[in-house]
Design a protein. Structure first.
Length: 298
């Protein structure tokens, strides 16, 4: 099981059809029965969704819309200072509402004329091959639940803010969208679990937690950073390494802490030239050669 799987609370369905999201004991909403009921209901919507139909409408509460508003407001200024230019261009193109949570069907309508990407609902963890492979078709699996209102600037798991406000603004720009599609094609091309994990780690250290230098300053292009109020500000304290696909693909990471090591590109062109070229050529033989180029994770 790859580390990404630990980000998502397990979701089960009983023989009677009841859907349950199993939050960990230390989850902010663990003892909030109303929140747990909301999570179960939203997960059920995703499970009952049928491919080929529009994403289900999530009946968000005023409290959930307020969480979205707070987070977007706090991230707005941070993005202006710390996000890369390509992400800011995508954000301007997409123009997501920041005073309420947009429905996935609404986001799809905004994305369609820009890059053709579309969202489909996910109850929780999507198998890596399905999640990444779908990117090749311009499909992004997204949760619809919202982090707990008691800590709006923190979430222990990817929620709709991460999936839509983080990744969505990337998917609105054709340069980003091309990289996502190449990543999906790479995942479909590789055959072994080892190669799949390698590709997923390159994705993690680039499109989730990547940074670039622009005009002498370090800026963020990874959606995991761009959607996290706390982590985007920790980039200044990270150990920044040059782009190195061999090391990115074997580098271990701890999802429960801010990332202490990040790989920094010298401009977004280098992301396309290095990361994009890897995704475009990745197969089991290439991954095997790259893994032999580095004896152990940095």
């Amino acid at each position: 099981m790859f580390e990404e799987a630990q980000l998502y609370a397990p979701v089960t369905r009983s023989g009677e059809g009841d859907v349950t999201v199993h939050l960990s004991d230390n989850h902010p909403g663990a003892v909030d029965e109303d929140y747990r009921a909301r999570r179960n209901a939203l997960a059920a919507l995703a499970i009952e969704w049928q491919p080929g139909t529009p994403p289900p409408i999530a009946p968000y509460t005023d409290a959930e819309h307020e969480v979205w508003r707070i987070v977007c407001a706090e991230l707005h200024g941070l993005h202006e200072r710390l996000a890369c230019a390509t992400y800011l261009d995508g954000k301007e193109l997409l123009r997501l509402p920041e005073d309420r949570i947009p429905q996935l069907v609404e986001v799809n309508e905004l994305l369609k004329p820009l890059t053709g990407f579309r969202y489909v609902p996910a109850a929780g963890l999507v198998p890596l091959l399905d999640f990444y492979g779908s990117l090749a078709d311009g499909v992004f699996h997204s949760t619809q639940y919202v982090r707990h209102h008691s800590v709006p600037l923190y979430t222990p798991e990817p929620d709709v803010l991460h999936e839509v406000f983080g990744h969505g603004n990337c998917l609105a720009h054709e340069r980003f969208a091309a990289l996502y599609r190449l990543a999906g094609e790479a995942v479909r091309r590789v055959q072994t679990p080892t190669a799949l994990e390698f590709v997923s780690k390159v994705f993690w250290f680039s499109l989730e937690f990547g940074v670039v230098r622009e005009q002498g300053e370090v800026r963020t292009y990874g959606a995991g950073l761009l959607s996290s109020f706390g982590e985007i500000q920790q980039v200044a304290h990270a150990d920044l390494r040059p782009l190195d696909i061999s090391r990115m693909g074997v580098q271990t990471y701890d999802i429960t802490h801010y990332q202490p090591l990040l790989f920094c590109a010298e401009g977004f062109n280098q992301v396309e030239d290095v990361v994009g070229a890897f995704f475009a050529a990745a197969d089991d033989d290439l991954v095997s050669r790259l893994m032999h180029d580095v004896a152990a994770p940095a």
